[in-house]
Design a protein. Structure first.
Length: 132
């Protein structure tokens, strides 16, 4: 795996330009030395927009035509739906059936096909089940 280069960072910055908001750093009034970055100012209300828009923007036309898919219970799914809608490509989001309905509705409003699945169950070495 190659390390990320400054050219990669510049290319990503160009892909998200005009979509992701450059959020300011604000001094916290109740704690000296603490700074806040209000990512709720992003189009979907979360920083996840940066990665999703960059990833969708980096796809070739052939790759994009196939659409994108992810598993998310909220912000990442919403960000990917936003990015896919902006590029005009299909998006499927697999969500756990315990995902907040407001998040599921937001993904659908952005044009995502949403597939709800049950909670994952996995077995550990001593045959105990976790989850479910």
């Amino acid at each position: 795996m190659d390390l990320v280069t400054i050219d990669d960072v510049r290319a990503a910055a160009k892909r998200i330009e005009g979509v992701a908001v450059r959020t300011p750093l604000l001094p916290c009034r109740w704690a000296d030395g603490l700074w806040l970055k209000p990512e709720n100012l992003q189009p979907i209300g979360a920083f996840k927009i940066r990665g999703a828009v960059n990833a969708v923007g980096a796809l070739s036309d052939e790759q994009a035509a196939a659409g994108v898919i992810t598993h998310s219970s909220g912000n990442h799914g919403q960000a990917l739906a936003f990015a896919a809608a902006a590029r005009g490509i299909p998006v499927t989001i697999v969500v756990p059936n315990v995902a907040p309905q407001v998040k599921v509705d937001a993904m659908r409003e952005l044009g995502a096909q949403v597939l709800c699945v049950g909670a994952a169950v996995r077995t550990v070495d001593d045959d105990r089940e976790i989850g479910g």
